[in-house]
Design a protein around this ligand. Structure first.
Ligand code: B12
Ligand code: SF4
Ligand code: SF4
Length: 314
């Protein structure tokens, strides 16, 4: 490995990233058929933006024409807090407990890019964190960060799947990591069996239309589909079931990133309080939080559904 490639990796770790790998900015030819097979039966549901920029999503040069190498990073977000199961609160998925990860990863990647540009002034880069049409998981697998679990999240050997993924597209010709991460799922099917809505239709494939995470975060409908409402399993925002049951998530290490510390009331949110929120109190409570994605109407819709599901059960 050339010494500057090595220095970039060390700096990424100094910025606080937990894993880093480097890949060539090539078109994702091997993954292209899979993406198209996923879109064809509308597994993306109403996330029309997933179907919009397919060629961009597959080819980093379409996003950043000078792209030559991609620095792929993973940031552990696990903290030791645990969910409670009770009828007055709704569970929030782990990824949304603290500050919005888009902001946290972006700040760190900006700092990494500045560090690179101080040493190589002609360096130019593009930061991608989730919202750009980039296949984060495919790049993480190619960069050797982790393998795609059968629940379709990337699993690292050290931190399980509790990691966020981001990329820095660079115009520099860096040494790429040679090896993709090996699949360690073996014969296990725990995530597939545990999903209450059978959203993992086959290993490695999630149908968003059946997924509690999609319905409670992304779906913009006045009410949740009945099949979701009846199987919410206490989730108000997102769902961690397929990750909670995964044996690779038994060895979790808590993150040192203080911005991921759970905000008050964000692990289990009080449903009565959610229903009392006004646009003003909602904006104040969730400023800078990833929980804002569903908007106030979506959050209150989910809270009503949970309360109905609970009264049906009693
Ligand atoms: C759309 C989306 C969703 C959708 C669809 C989920 C999905 N499975 O793709 C919904 C809303 C459901 C969702 C939910 C969640 N999401 Co999301 N989501 C995304 C987003 C924006 C795009 C993902 C994508 O491209 N999907 C399209 C499909 C085609 O991609 P894929 O699953 O990787 O497809 C591969 C497999 O199907 C595979 N494949 C198919 N068949 C076979 C067969 C074999 C044998 C093999 C080996 C492979 C294989 O090939 C495909 C191409 O590689 C990314 C951010 C980004 N820009 O990438 C975040 C992202 C995937 N989400 C993330 C998170 C945290 C979540 C949740 C955990 C949040 C929560 N707790 O509620 C859940 C997890 C639900 C789940 N089990 O997947 C993280 C995952 C981090 C990680 N460790 O992997 C990401 C990467 C955001 C980030 N930057 O960190 N998400
Ligand atoms: S996030 Fe929940 S609903 Fe979605 S696939 Fe995983 S277990 Fe199933
Ligand atoms: S629960 Fe089992 S099959 Fe699912 S991702 Fe984890 S190891 Fe793989």
């Amino acid at each position: 490995m050339d010494s500057f490639t090595h220095e970039i990796k060390l700096q990424a770790l100094r910025e606080g990233f937990h894993k880093v790998g480097i890949v060539r900015a090539e078109r994702l030819d091997d993954e292209a058929p899979r993406l198209k097979e996923w879109l064809a039966p509308r597994h993306h549901g109403e996330m029309s933006w997933m179907a919009r920029d397919v060629e961009k999503r597959l080819n980093p040069v379409e996003i950043f024409p000078q792209a030559c190498s991609i620095v792929v990073v993973a940031l552990n977000y696990y903290t030791f807090a645990q969910h409670e199961q009770n009828s007055t609160t709704g569970k929030v998925s782990r990824y949304a407990w603290g500050d919005d990860y888009h902001d946290v990863l972006k700040t760190k990647l900006e700092s990494l890019l500045s560090w690179i540009r101080e040493r190589v002034p002609e360096a130019a880069g593009k930061i991608c964190v989730d919202i750009q049409p980039v296949m984060d998981k495919a790049w993480a697998v190619r960069a050797g960060i982790g393998w795609l679990g059968k629940h379709s999240n990337v699993i690292t050997q050290e931190f399980g799947s509790w990691v966020f993924i981001g990329e820095l597209l660079l115009n520099l010709d860096l040494d790429a990591d040679a090896d993709r991460a090996e699949d360690h799922c073996g014969t296990c099917t725990l995530c597939i069996d545990a999903c209450p809505t059978q959203a993992i239709t086959e290993p490695y494939v999630v149908d968003s239309n059946r997924c509690i995470s999609y319905a409670t975060i992304e779906l913009r409908a006045p009410e949740l589909p009945v099949s979701i409402e009846q199987n919410l399993s206490g989730w108000l925002y997102g769902c961690d079931i397929c990750q909670d049951v995964c044996p690779w998530n038994r060895f979790e290490a808590a993150t040192e990133e203080l911005r991921f510390a759970p905000r008050k009331g964000n692990v289990n949110a009080n449903l009565a309080e959610v229903l009392e929120l006004t646009p003003e109190t909602y904006a104040a409570r969730f400023r800078g939080s990833a929980m804002k994605r569903t908007k106030l109407t979506g959050l209150q819709r989910n809270a009503r559904a949970l309360l109905r599901a609970d009264s049906d059960a009693t």
